[in-house]
Design a protein around this ligand. Structure first.
Ligand code: FE2
Length: 477
């Protein structure tokens, strides 16, 4: 979000203060090198449709549907922060062993149309909608860090307008809702920098809102994700906090590390209220993303990408790697513990979503370059895809070296009738630094290190982005 938008909350705008003047002399926090304007972080300048796509290897013919991924892509070419660009959706449609099209389309928001200056302000329609995608209740939705979802047409990725659950979504919606695979229920929340800091919500499988519940926190934290088990939801309150100082004088996002803020998980029954939340203090950390969560006896288990710290100086500091860690909250004793699951740097954890909320064996993540210690380095970082066997501790990895850089790997079930947990494929856009183009790649989830089983070369670059979803034709109807 941009600083000027948050000034709407302060009343400074109402005082007639020209925010660009206020902010003009305070740019000492701007990084000398903006990594998000280099390498494959750079935005692309065109929306394209490509239908003449060749498949190298083979796409399993039973995979019929749409893979779509969201990410930031500044339409002006410049943004104040890595997260600050307009939403752009990249999609590949698979049919009968072929890739019938690739498209990239902006999410058509008032921000993209330049009718609003950014996201995170009081109007939830004014989102960049740049973070993730959700298919639920028969609708494909683009989600942002803040604001309402935007409906996306799966046939051509055009934007159909905002969606607010018939007016029952009154504020922000997270980019990381969870669907209960048994009931189809959607569990989600929104966070805000003014109270209520968290609003918890549930919708039924058809998309009808069932519950809207304010939840207390001690202050306005950044809350990017949350966890769901069969009986509970888990909120995170972590030390990356909204900062008035950063909103007025800093650059990038108005959030930074607050050494005095708590690190804690709040566990609440899925149909409960704020009064039912049990908070568990954990060693100081920050978490963007949760891999999965489930119950085991008296314990609520949350597996997550854990940062020791983040954004200590300002929100441009991404150079501390996250490690896969398991948090255990004992509902009887009130005690929590954390243990590291794997030592190597990772992010963008994923699972077979049929195992969301349930005990599981396999997780997937991006491998993150351990040498990401500077803006210069991050733009050239090496990456890969890892598969974790959480029962045996074994790790399988696709580490293609410096020339190829995969994005988030989404699990696509190989069978709709419920095969083994890892019976399926991983879908990812892989960037080739030499050709400056990307490919849509499918991996066999049982043999990730073997590399792609299918590669669809694209004539364009798919910039580094965020989160995607697989929508099978059987769901689209
Ligand atoms: Fe995310």
């Amino acid at each position: 979000m941009k600083r000027r938008d948050f000034l709407g909350y302060t009343g400074l705008g109402a005082l007639g203060v020209a925010t660009s003047t206020v902010l003009g002399g305070c740019s000492e926090e701007q990084p000398a090198v903006k990594f998000w304007q280099q390498g494959n972080f750079r935005p692309v300048s065109e929306e394209v449709t490509v239908t003449d796509l060749k498949v190298e290897g083979s796409i399993p013919p039973e995979l019929n549907g749409l893979y779509v991924r969201n990410g930031t892509n500044s339409s002006s070419g410049i943004s104040e922060h890595f997260f600050g660009g307009d939403g752009m959706i990249h999609g590949v449609r698979l049919e009968g062993g072929q890739a019938s099209w690739y498209r990239n389309r902006y999410v058509d928001t008032p921000v993209y149309r330049k009718e609003s200056s950014g996201f995170g302000g009081p109007n939830p329609e004014h989102s960049t909608s740049a973070v993730s995608l959700l298919y639920h209740g028969g609708e494909l939705m683009s989600l942002g860090e803040f604001g309402y979802p935007y409906l996306i047409d799966p046939d051509d990725l055009s934007t159909r307008g905002v969606f607010n659950y018939e007016g029952k979504l009154t504020g922000n919606m997270t980019a990381h809702p969870r669907i209960d695979p048994a009931t189809g229920e959607l569990l989600f929340f929104g966070y805000n920098v003014v109270q209520p800091y968290i609003t918890y919500m549930r919708a039924d499988a058809a998309g009808n809102m069932l519950q809207v519940e304010p939840v207390d926190m001690t202050g306005p934290s950044m809350v990017h994700d949350f966890a769901v088990t069969e009986n509970y939801v888990v909120f995170m309150e972590m030390p990356v906090r909204f900062s008035w100082f950063m909103a007025i004088s800093g650059s990038g996002l108005p959030f930074k590390w607050d050494e005095d803020a708590p690190s804690r998980f709040g566990v609440m029954p899925r149909t409960g209220t704020n009064a039912d939340v049990k908070w568990f203090d954990v060693p100081r950390c920050f978490i963007f993303h949760i891999m999965n969560s489930f119950e085991q006896g008296d314990e609520v288990i949350v597996d997550a990408a854990r940062y020791d710290h983040l954004w200590v100086k300002n929100s441009h500091d991404f150079f501390h790697p996250a490690r896969l860690s398991r948090f255990s909250m004992n509902m009887k004793t009130g005690k929590a513990s954390v243990q590291r699951v794997h030592d190597q740097a990772m992010e963008f954890p994923q699972v077979n979503r049929a195992y969301w909320t349930r005990d599981y064996r396999y997780g997937y993540s991006l491998a993150v370059d351990e040498k990401n210690d500077s803006p210069e380095r991050i733009a050239q970082a090496e990456g890969g895809i890892r598969k974790y066997d959480l029962k045996t501790g074994e790790v399988d990895a696709y580490l293609p070296g410096p020339a190829l850089n995969p994005g988030e790997a989404i699990f696509i079930p190989g069978s709709e009738s419920g095969g083994a947990e890892d019976d399926g494929y991983l879908a990812s856009f892989v960037y080739d630094k030499n050709s400056e183009t990307s490919a849509f790649c499918l991996f066999d989830a049982t043999d990730v290190s073997a590399g792609p089983i299918a590669k669809v070369a694209l004539p364009v670059r798919v910039p580094v982005g965020f989160h995607g979803v697989w929508v099978p034709d059987s769901a689209l109807g």
